[in-house]
Design a protein around this ligand. Sequence first.
Ligand code: TXE
Length: 453
Amino acid sequence: MSFTLIDPSTGTPFQEVPRASAADVDAAVARAVDAQRHWASRAPVARADALRAFARVVEAHVDELAALEVRNSGHPVASARWEATHVAQVLNFYAGAPERLSGQQIPVAGGIDVTFHEPYGVVGIIVPWNFPMTIASWGFAPALAAGNAVVLKPAELTPLTALRLGELASEAGLPDGLFQVITGSGSVVGQRFVSHPDVRKVVFTGSTEVGIDVAAGCARMLKPVTLELGGKSANIVFADADLEKAAAAAPGAVFDNAGQDCCARSRILVERSAYDRFLELLEPAVRAWRVGDPAHESTEMGPLISAAHRESVASFVAGARVAFRGSAPDGDGFWFAPTVVFADPQDRIAREEVFGPVVAVLPFDDEADAIRLANDTVYGLAGSIWTENLGRAVRVSRGVRSGVLSVNSHASVRYSTPFGGMKASGLGRELGPDAAEHFTETKNVFYATEESS
Ligand code: TXE
């Protein structure tokens, strides 16, 4: 059994990929259990060196990985190269962790009390199609660093870079069975990660609906789970902001990766007194957004991932009040032009995750209204605040219920800083200084020092 991959920029089928069964997962987990035991017993510096070697091999294959992502996912080549480089950086960053996962020594009477960060064992990672390489690495790099083995399931639509990363791990000398990539459907492979007793932690990135189901399954197994789910993030523009800069940056904040980004600032909230001026500045920036062949160096946005997804995105725009649009190529491929719509807070387009190059613009009256509107969503992943007033930047960034905010910037992802959502956007954090520790459980040991009589 297999499934067919389709090049999203041409609509052409180009490769078959195997569909694993639950029995295949069980066999992989058995290999992982064995590999993990040896891996965890290696000296911390040996695990660090192995991860650095993996990072170096990834660095040497950045162009190849990027080309795979262009073909499989339609990502612009410059973005895909950034993504592959980011994977190497994430590995390098967490290569520092094995030698830094220190426990505590706690003062107690009659002996010594020490804590250890014990790896879970085997970690299951379920990855979506929007950022196949980077999201995978946010799970596997810290999980491996903490002494775990990893079984990883890429999305059905976009498995190629994950499969190649699995091969590169072996080339770099990681032990057999330590990092295995298993292609297949969510309902079979993903669910087996949830139900398998030897998979001791699950990391899931995807839709909120499936994430809830995965969390419920993990709860039945008393299994910890990290969830990175949907978003409806606000880009809040105050009248005192540098409006030119805010308008120039807004398209990138929502149209990057064709809007298929959990951090997409898909609502622009603009203070009423600056509303007309901001839209005047936004229009040329949207029209200048370069949509086209993802293999071209200057392309800023490629196609959507699939025909079905394009239909879903289009359903949001049908009947909406379109302000203006950018352009997209005609012909085959799942193209969709960047689109700006006027919206009211209760409109579907202002509430649900579109996951496409569509942004809703809404006015607000004052600071309190901006915070209220930004929080008027079930989600709480990311967001941006544009203002020249420092006090306001502090107040609003503390008032918005989101896990990742930026002021006068749209930066959301750095391997060295924590990433994750509040409310329906997720549970737990990835990346940053503490991520390796999240793949361990604390063991407390008391060593009695009293002499036995
Ligand atoms: O996600 P799914 P889909 C949102 C976005 C998108 C929508 C649907 O709005 O349009 O979700 O995308 C695996 N048990 N996001 O259908 O189904 C699946 O195989 C275990 C936002 O691709 O959640 C894939 O590997 N696993 C999000 C992964 O889960 C299961 C990123 C995600 O698939 C499973 C992606 C099951 N029962 C989608 N069913 C973001 N905000 O970043 C599926 N999977």
